[in-house]
Design a protein around this ligand. Sequence first.
Ligand SMILES: [Zn+2]
Ligand SMILES: [Zn+2]
Length: 372
Amino acid sequence: MTPSSDVRAHRAEGAGIGVERQTVSRRAILRKALALSGCSLFSSVLAAAAYAQDAGSGPAIAALPVRTGPRPGAWVVLLGTRGGPGLEVNRAQTASAVVVDGQPYLIDCGYGALRQMVASNVGYLQTSTIFFTHLHDDHTGDLAALLSYQWTNGKTSATDAYGPYGTARMVAAAVDFFRANVEIRTADEGRTVDVDKQFHGHDVAAADAPVPMFRDERVNVTGIENTHYPARSKANMPHRSLALRVDTEDRSIVFAGDTAYSSNVVKLARGADLFVCEVVDPTVLQQAQERAKEAAAAGNPNNIFRHVADTHCSPQDVARMAAEAGVKTVVLNHQVAAPSQGTIAYPATAFIQGMRPTFGGEVIVGQDLMVL
Ligand SMILES: [Zn+2]
Ligand SMILES: [Zn+2]
C-alpha cells in the first residue's frame, strides 16, 4: 500500500464513524489517535494501554501494525466538543487540533484541552502554534496550563498564539500566572529557557474579508469576523470573534467558531472539505429566547439568555451556512443540549435531522477524541 492510499483508506474509515454509528468505541478512537504522532512523551504508555484493551478483543486486533512515525496528511482531532462554560467530566470544553504530517496546530484551548492532548497523543510539547477563534473562557481556559507545562516539561522552542484583539495580552498574562514557577525552577533547578522570549501572542484584525493570520510550509490560516458578538455589544468593547480556515496541501478545514448564521463564514468556508461548526439544540434556543424576554422585562436586557439566543447556531443555521458554502462534510462541535437530555447522550440524530433537507451532505456529530 502506498502512503497516499494508506491515507485515503484511514480517512474514509475515520469519516464514516460519526455518520453510520453515532457511538464510537473509545478503543477505536484511541487506536486512531495513537497513529497521529510518534513523539509524545506518553505514547508508549498509551500504546501499552491500547494493546492491553485490544488483547481482550480477539486476535485480529492484536495483529494491528505498530506505527512508529507520524501519519502523513492533515487530520483533525476533536479534543473537546462541549459548548459553553459549564463543566462536566464526560466532555472537555472546545478545542481541536489540526495535525499535518505529525505537526500539531491547536485551535482553541478550553478547559480540559491539555488533558485531551495527552489522551489523544497530540504532542503538547510539539505544539508551537495556537489559534483562538475568540476569548470566551470556554475556548481559553487551559492556555496557562498548556504554556506552563510546555516550559516546565522541556520545550525550548517558541510557542506563538494568534487570535482576535486581546490575545497578546492574554498570553502575557498566562506567562505571569506561572512566573513564580519559572523563578523557583530557574533558581532551584538551573533552568535556562527565558520564558519571556518563548511565548508570544499576536492580535489579528477582524474583518468582513479573509485576513491572513499565519503561514508556514504546512498550513495557510486565514480568519474572518463571524457574528458571535452582536453590534450592541461591539459598540461597548474592542473584542471581536473569528472563524478560521486552515488550508493544507490535501485538505481545507474551516472552524466557524462560536457564531450565529454569518455570511462572512459562508464566504470563508466556500468549497471546504470539512466545516467544523457549533450547534445548539433548538429547544435550548427557544428556552433562551423566552428567558431573555423575562430578564429584559425585569430590567436586564443584556442577559446571558439573550446571548445564547442571539449569537449561536441552530442545526438549521448550520445547514444553511454549509449549503451556501458548498462544503463536503459538516462536523458538529461546541454542542449545547438541554440539561434534561443528560450530559452523555447528546441528541445526535436530532442534530442531523435538524440540518435536513437544507444540507444533504455528510454530517458528523463530533465526540471528544474523534479523529477525522
Ligand atoms: Zn463557546
Ligand atoms: Zn463564545
